[in-house]
Design a protein around this ligand. Structure first.
Ligand code: SF4
Length: 322
């Protein structure tokens, strides 16, 4: 992938392909779980994206739709060995509600399968397209959580670091509809980018919008660095005209020279003291607005329900336009 082209705003190419399996384990910062990714690649083009390595070199430019994802998911749930199932993340390595969803509808079908089997789930998104499925998630509110990943309320910053995402104002308008409808929502301010989004002003602006949108749970984490992310962030810092940005990032992430080959795919946390100062400040800001700086815990493991396996046959997943 050319590190210089993430901010391209041209639409990606779409291609349908078959998946052999769809439920996969994942581990992030000591948290392990299971995830469903109906797509591979992502049109949102975030400069800091952690998923760019795991998938294809054309991550931003070519989006694969796993056209049989709902059927494979249903098969995997039918043959699930345990009687209980942990919450499923939708999705860990793509935005399941990116524009491709309007064409393929795979996320909606996967969510319907999860609901049918009584599987608890978290949706992670920064899209407004999820509004189409508001009613679907609302009916399952006791067993789901929509987490919106919002890094900035500043349009100048968003246009550079996340050029394929909708403006924060539009996202917050959709979030308000979800909270008004009683869908549990959280905001993940992640990643917090040093020197870009880590000031009181920037963090406060996001948290204020969360409060206005009726969100109770807000949390966040500092950007972790990796060699390809570093390439993109260097360019982002220049485009954002952060004074002396590259040198200061080298200090904050203790990057001596270029990242060596054996550092590839490894994450580098920012300086502990720096990171703690920022995340402590975020907690204070969240609490000062009367919000909760924790992950809500109503989404818990559930007994898997196979009692209605005959009611939704594979034929109900015939795809119309792929
Ligand atoms: S929305 Fe998520 S998966 Fe998509 S580019 Fe941004 S960080 Fe990566």
């Amino acid at each position: 992938m050319s590190s210089g082209l993430w901010y391209d705003v041209s639409a990606p190419r779409y291609e349908a392909k078959k998946a052999k399996s769809i439920i996969h384990p994942f581990a992030v910062k000591g948290y392990t779980g299971m995830t469903v990714n109906p797509y591979q690649g992502c049109q949102h083009r975030c400069a800091y994206c952690y998923a760019t390595y795991e998938w294809s070199p054309e991550f931003y430019d070519k989006v694969y739709a796993k056209s049989n994802a709902p059927e494979v998911l249903e098969k995997e749930l039918q043959s699930w060995k345990a009687s209980t199932i942990n919450p499923m993340m939708v999705a860990s390595a793509t935005d399941a509600y990116q524009p491709a969803e309007l064409r393929y509808g795979l996320t909606r079908k996967c969510v319907q399968v999860l609901q049918k089997y009584n599987v608890p789930y978290y949706v992670f998104t920064k899209s407004t397209i999820i509004e189409r499925d508001l009613e679907l998630h609302r009916r399952y509110a006791r067993n789901c959580l929509v987490i919106w990943s919002i890094t900035t309320a500043n349009e100048k910053i968003r246009r550079i670091v996340e050029p394929g995402t909708p403006p924060a104002e539009r996202i917050f308008a959709v979030i308000k509809k979800f909270t008004d409808a009683g869908v549990p929502c959280g905001i993940n301010v992640d990643p917090i980018m040093p020197l870009v989004t880590d000031t009181d002003e920037e963090l406060g602006a996001v948290v204020d919008r969360c409060k206005e949108a009726g969100v109770k749970y807000v949390f966040g984490a500092m950007l972790r660095m990796r060699d390809d992310i570093w390439d993109r962030m260097k360019l982002a810092l220049r485009l954002l005209q952060v004074p002396d940005g590259e040198r200061r990032y080298r200090q904050i992430y203790e990057i001596k020279e270029e990242l060596s080959a054996d550092a590839k795919q490894k994450y580098i946390a920012c300086n502990k003291e720096y990171g703690k100062r920022v995340t402590d400040r975020l907690h204070e800001i969240i609490k000062s607005r009367g919000l909760c700086p924790d992950f809500p815990d109503h989404v818990r493991p559930q007994d898997i329900d196979r009692s209605c396996t005959g009611q939704m046959t594979m034929l109900s997943f015939v795809h119309r336009d792929i």
